[in-house]
Structures are given as C-alpha cells and as structure tokens.
Design a protein around this ligand. Structure first.
Ligand code: BGC
Length: 746
C-alpha cells in the first residue's frame, strides 16, 4: 500500500505564503498588460484563446505545463517548486509573463483533502457512493459546487475528484469514492457533480481512466477485457460523465489495460477519449503512473504527475532528437491551456477566503438525508416514535462520531479524529477517522423524553443487557475502507456480526445502522427488525441520520450497488493475490522507477455484466438489489405506456402514494435488448424522482436514454441499435417489475 508521511506539514506555511505571493504577482501583471494580450479577451472561445497564447510561448514554457513539480507531503516527490503546492496534491508552473497562472491541485473526492493539517476547514460531504444513492442530479450539482467553492477558498484551482470507475468488485477499497455499478447512474451523478464543481472556476477532472476497478496490484495489474465489454460498461460511464461535465482533465489510471499501461494506452487516450469522444482537455497521469516519455506522449498522455521523471528534461531531449514532434508538444500544451481558459481559472485568479461553514454543514446534511437507504423495516420498527421511553445505542463509537473513508479522498475532521484523545487527531493515510458527529447526541436531541443510553459493544454481555432493558436497540456497525487496499471480504470487521446477533437475541426491536463504504454481508439480517445504510455520512451525518430514524425525514434513497449474499456470488469470488515478485514491481511506480512487465493480471470475463446484470444473468439471488430502498410510505405503479417515437422514446405510467406520509419515490426504467444483441440483460435506461403527498397520484413520463439501447460493434468501432423486440420494465428497483411492456424497432 502506498503510504504518505506527514513530513510535509513544515512546508505548508512556506507553501501558502509563496502561493499567495505568486497569485498577487499574476493579478498585477494581468492588469498591467491586458491590452497587449488578446488571449485575455473573455469574449473569445477557450480554444481561440489557447491558440493565441500558445503562439507566444517558448519550448520551455510549453514543457513546463506538461509535468508536475512534486507533492508537498511526500519525501520521494520533492522538487524545488514543491512548496508552492499549497499543501495539496500537485503544482504545475504557469507562465507569469503571459498571465497564465499555476495549477494548484488538490484531491477533493467528498470534500477538500488535508484541510485539518493545514489548519484549514473543509466540509466532508457524504461519500460519493452515498451521493449516488440519491439518484439526484441537482443534488450532485450542489455537492460539486460546494467542493468547488471550498477548493477556491483554500487557494486551489484544480480538483482531483470525479471518480467514475464502476463498482465491478464491491471489495474495491475505493468503492466509496465512486458512484456505484451502473454506467448511466454513475455517469449522470459524477457528470453533474463535476460540471458544477468546475463552474466554480476550478479545472475539473474525471478519474481513474480506466478499468482501475480493484486496488490490489493497482500499479501493475493487467486488466484484460474486450473492447465491446469495456465500451458498454466502464467507458460508457466516463463518456456520459464527460458529456455532462466537459471536464478540463481526465486522469489516466495506474493499471495496464490489455497489455499497455493506461497512461500509455493509445486506444484509451487517443482513439477513444480524444478522437471518438472529441475530448478537448488534457490527460494527466495518476500520481506516479507515467512509465515512459515517447510512448506516453505519443499514446495521448499530456501531463506527468506529480514529477518530471519522463516529461521533464527527457521530453525536451526527445523533442530535440526529433523523437517527439513539436506538434505533439503544442497539442498537449494547448490542451492544458484550453482547460485553464474553459474553466475560468485564468479570468478568475485564486483569492483564498473563508469557507461558509454553515452552508457546508447544511449541504452535507441535505445530501445525507437523501442518501440514507432504508433496507429493512419489519413491523414498522422505524421511525422511532417520540413517545418511546428508552433506546439503547450500541457500538460503532456512536457516542463520539461517525466513520469516514480514507486514502487520498480523506477529508480531515475539525479538531482531529473523534476517537483519539484531543491533540492526537492528525490524520495518517492508514488511520480510521471518525468525524465528531455523534449519533447518540443527535438522537438525544430528537427524542428529549426518552432515556437513551450507550454501550460501546466491547463487552457483548453489557451491550445485550442494555438492549434488554430498552424499548428499542440500535447497533451502529462500521466498515472502513481506503485507497491502496481492497477489503479481504464483505464481512463487518471486529466481531460486529456477533455483537449484532447478541443484541438482536436480547431485544426483538433491534435496528442496525451501517456506516460502510460498500456492501456488507449480513448473516443476522433475518434476526433484526430494521436495517439502515448510512454510508460514510459526512460532516452532518448524525443529524441527517437522527432525522431519518425519527421520521422527520422520510427516506427515499436507493442502492447504487447490489448487496450480494456472499463473496461466492461475485464474478470473481477471490481477488487473486499478488506474488512477492509482483509486489516488488508494484512499489517501483511510486518512486519514479521504470516498471518491468509483471504477469499479474485480471480477466474481467463478466464483461459488461457489472453488478445487477451479473447476478441476474447468473440467477443468483441477492441480499438487496441495485435500485432498492424502502420508504415510510408506499407506492403503487399502474398504466404503463411505451411511446412509439423512435427518436425520442419514452415511457409513461401512473404512480400513487398509497401511504400516509409525503414521500419521494425513485421510479426506474430498465430495458432488455433483443436477443440478436448477443448476451442480453436489463440495463437501467432512465429514472425519475417523484414527490407525492399522501394519496396523491401523478402521471410520470421518463425518457429512455438511447445510449442504453445500443450495442458497441468492435469491427466498425461504432454503436448500433439492432432491430427487434425491446422489453421494458418499470418499478421501484432492478428486481421489481411492477410494470412491463415492450417496443419493436426494425
Ligand atoms: C490516487 C489519485 C489521487 C492522487 C493524488 C493517487 O494515489 O490514485 O486518486 O488523486 O494519488 O493524491
């Protein structure tokens, strides 16, 4: 696993000061020389402006745009300009004489990373997977906009958020950073998030392109998959996201793909991304993911990060020796400039400011309230009535906080890790970090008349005794995951399954609240009355959760990934382990060493059948299906009509709230392609969030996304809709065919 030391702290003060000084320098120089700089005219297009300024640049100035200058807190990645990185992930020099500012880059998956160690505040939003569970594009936009603003407040102008990899294996340690297992849902959520983040004048980014779907051996693994399968799954998610967001940048991933490293893979970077998708921005390597000079730039890599091992002096030599044409340098530099003009970072220079903490907390709460998935609610054990006398809160450090996801996505909690003594809360790569968001306190605030007691769960007997003497028992269960390592399995760690069993045996009204980054197995599912998935819940997770548990908020979220019954049902029941030889090769990438070919590979023979498509095709029953989530009210679907407009196919139906509470139902449309398409399985093709008052009924119309009706044909490198019968189902999850219909094309 990649580890990062905290050595960097001492560089930060110097870094921040230097960044501020360089920003002021840029502002002054822009104002002084604007009239002589036609590229500063905001009325011109980003492309025209990039062309104009490129003409003025020397080779060295162009080359400076094509590599990073170190990562502040990683000793191996120190360079003279590292300190200018503002404590973020990377720094790319600008061209001061022409008014082009530097790129000051930060990780920002569910919030701006590394705020705490700099003494800076950042809101932690619920995990990206949680946001995807809202199926709400507008909410994803708010999520992105907030991160964009906080990046700017902290002095950054480029984000490394935008995780779009599909959840092909739920044990992937970064599942919480991604938006689930479906290309349409993931592409729509990440696309909207990144669009609105970039609108705040930060260069947007989608990552990790592509098929970096497991962390085990991520620096060396050769992913083997057909072009058709990748086009119809992971690449489709990226294409949809890129179409919505128009990101300035795309980060190529660590892994190899069908033989070549993603960052020197011409199929991925040039044929698909730049040619077929007409992506106008730049490709940057994942950190340490560049392995060559000529091969990489020829294949379509534009910027090496975070160092200049291959795209520094070696690239200049290659140009001078005629191995890389000037046109390639111009093309890459123009792409960086294009992204900078298009995102507005040149017209809106960084002006660090104070983040609106209140607004951040409100947004985080709002997202979480729409992200919490009610998985089980037998005998209406939830919501907990205000008249309840006693509640047992057990486990999961619920007295002090709620857990978050680690790695480069980690957002630092204000005041440090809630489960550590004050002053010892600095976050390290491998720490399990709890935010100081105590569900115990939030529940006490919502249920002032109830006696609410806490047991840590360390002593099962004590926990069971407390459960026994309480009206309701709530067990808080966690599962930590982070970048750099996959989960060994989907079980809850630290004996929590046994604790839940004990509590459930002591109190028939037991509810389990899950704080997880991915699916977990639940051997106790039949023995508890309620199951609530709260994910990594962010800076206001406890308040949102208390609102859902007490019924102030009616849950509406739906799973963005399947919860399987067991690892045996996954396409790959085991993630093949690395040999010692493989591991040795893996460390090289992070130290700037050249990689030798490794034999470590994974064949994704499930192809495009990711997630629910796999379980259905294999007839494997699951614990909770993709798209599933309960409400405190109920809904009825009727009167399906499948439109016959070929160009603009849509479905209409009636949806009624048949219960006694207002609610929001996420109605989903799935289409199965004709048999002629080869393997056919249902694909999510549209959805709508429908708000309904008790008893209210609405006609709902959902457009079928035509991209989901097509198959990719390798021979012609094109998409085609085949003639035949298309089956359509509409319902409340991928497993609920409440309404069924079809249409025919010829
Ligand atoms: C991760 C990226 C991250 C980068 C910079 C890499 O290890 O894979 O997602 O953006 O580091 O921190």
């Amino acid at each position: 696993m990649q580890r990062r030391s905290n050595e960097w702290k001492k560089h930060c003060f110097v870094g921040v000061t230097l960044v501020l000084a360089s920003i002021l320098m840029f502002s002054a120089s822009i104002q002084a020389q604007d009239s002589s700089r036609p590229w500063m005219n905001p009325k011109l297009s980003a492309g025209e402006r990039a062309d104009l300024v490129l003409k003025q640049m020397t080779l060295d100035e162009k080359l400076a745009l094509l590599h990073g200058n170190g990562m502040p807190h990683v000793p191996n990645w120190q360079m003279p300009l590292t300190a200018l990185g503002n404590g973020g992930a990377g720094y790319v020099e600008g061209v001061p004489r022409l008014g082009i500012p530097p790129l000051v880059i930060s990780d920002a998956a569910y919030g701006v990373r590394s705020g705490g160690d700099n003494g800076r505040y950042a809101t932690a939003l619920p995990s990206n997977l949680a946001a995807a569970s809202s199926w709400n594009a507008e909410l994803a936009c708010e999520y992105g906009a907030l991160i964009g603003q906080e990046l700017r407040n902290q002095g950054f102008n480029m984000t490394l958020g935008g995780g779009t990899n599909l959840t092909r294996d739920p044990r992937n340690g970064r599942t919480f950073e991604y938006a689930g297992e479906d290309p349409l849902l993931a592409g729509t959520v990440v696309g909207n998030l990144m669009k609105c983040e970039q609108d705040q004048h930060v260069v947007g980014d989608l990552k990790h392109f592509a098929l970096n779907d497991q962390e085990t051996g991520r620096n060396i693994v050769n992913v083997i998959i057909s072009k058709k399968a990748m086009q119809e799954s992971d690449l489709l998610a990226f294409h949809i996201a890129a179409g919505i967001a128009n990101p300035g940048a795309v980060m190529c991933s660590y892994n190899r793909l069908n033989g070549n490293f993603a960052c020197e893979n011409s199929y991925l970077l040039t044929d698909v991304l730049k040619h077929d998708w007409k992506f106008p921005g730049f490709v940057l390597s994942d950190w340490g993911g560049t392995h060559s000079t000529v091969e990489a730039i020829t294949a379509g890599l534009d910027q090496e990060q975070p160092m200049a091992d291959y795209f520094g002096p070696k690239l200049k030599q290659a140009v001078e020796a005629g191995k890389v044409p000037m046109s390639a340098i111009d093309n890459s530099a123009r792409r960086v400039l294009y992204a900078e003009f298009a995102s507005g970072i040149i017209d809106h220079l960084i002006r660090p400011g104070v983040p609106d903490v209140e607004r951040g907390l409100e947004t985080a709460q709002k997202v979480e309230e729409q992200a919490i998935v009610l998985l089980k609610n037998q005998d209406s054990v939830l919501p907990i009535a205000a008249s309840v006398h006693s509640v047992a809160v057990i486990g999961g450090h619920a007295d002090v906080g709620m857990i978050s996801g680690g790695g480069s996505a980690q957002v630092d909690p204000p005041g440090g890790n809630a489960i550590m003594p004050p002053g010892q809360g600095a976050t390290h790569w491998q720490d399990h970090i709890w935010f100081p968001t105590s569900p115990l306190k939030a529940l006490r605030a919502q249920l002032p008349n109830a006696q609410i007691e806490f047991a840590s769960g360390k002593n099962e007997g004590e926990a069971a005794a407390l459960a026994k003497r309480s009206d309701v028992a709530i067990v808080f269960a966690y599962q930590w995951e982070a970048e750099g390592l996959d989960l060994p399995n989907l079980s809850l760690p630290d004996g929590q399954d046994a604790l839940i069993e004990k509590v459930a045996a002591a109190n028939p009204r037991t509810i389990v609240v899950l704080e997880t980054g991915t699916a977990v197995t639940m051997p106790w599912a039949d023995k508890v009355k309620g199951i609530v998935e709260a994910w990594y819940s962010g800076s206001s997770g406890n308040k949102a959760l208390a609102n859902v548990l007490t019924g102030i908020v009616n849950p509406s979220a739906k799973l963005a990934m399947t919860f399987p019954k067991s690892e045996a049902d996954l396409p790959h029941p085991k993630i093949s382990p690395l040999s010692r030889e493989d591991e040795g090769q893996g460390t090289g990438a992070l130290n700037g060493e050249t990689h030798v070919a490794s034999k470590y590979s994974v064949t994704y023979d499930e192809g495009a059948k990711v997630g629910y498509k796999w379980y259905e095709a294999q007839h494997k029953p699951v614990l909770f299906p993709f798209g599933f989530g309960l409400s405190y009210t109920s809904y009825a679907y009727s009167d399906l009509k499948v439109g016959d407009n070929k160009q603009d196919r849509n479905v209409t139906f009636r949806l009624k709230n048949t219960g006694d509470r207002p609610g929001t139902e996420i109605a989903q449309v799935y289409v199965t392609l004709p048999n002629e398409a080869g393997e056919s399985y249902q694909r999510l093709a549209g959805w709508q969030r429908v708000e309904l008052k008790p008893g209210e009924e609405k006609t709902v119309s959902i457009a079928i996304d035509s991209r989901l009706l097509e198959i990719f044909q390798e021979e012609s490198n094109s998409w085609k809709q085949l003639p035949g019968i298309y089956k359509v189902v509409v319902g409340s999850s991928s497993a609920d065919a409440a309404l069924a219909g079809e249409f025919k094309t010829d």
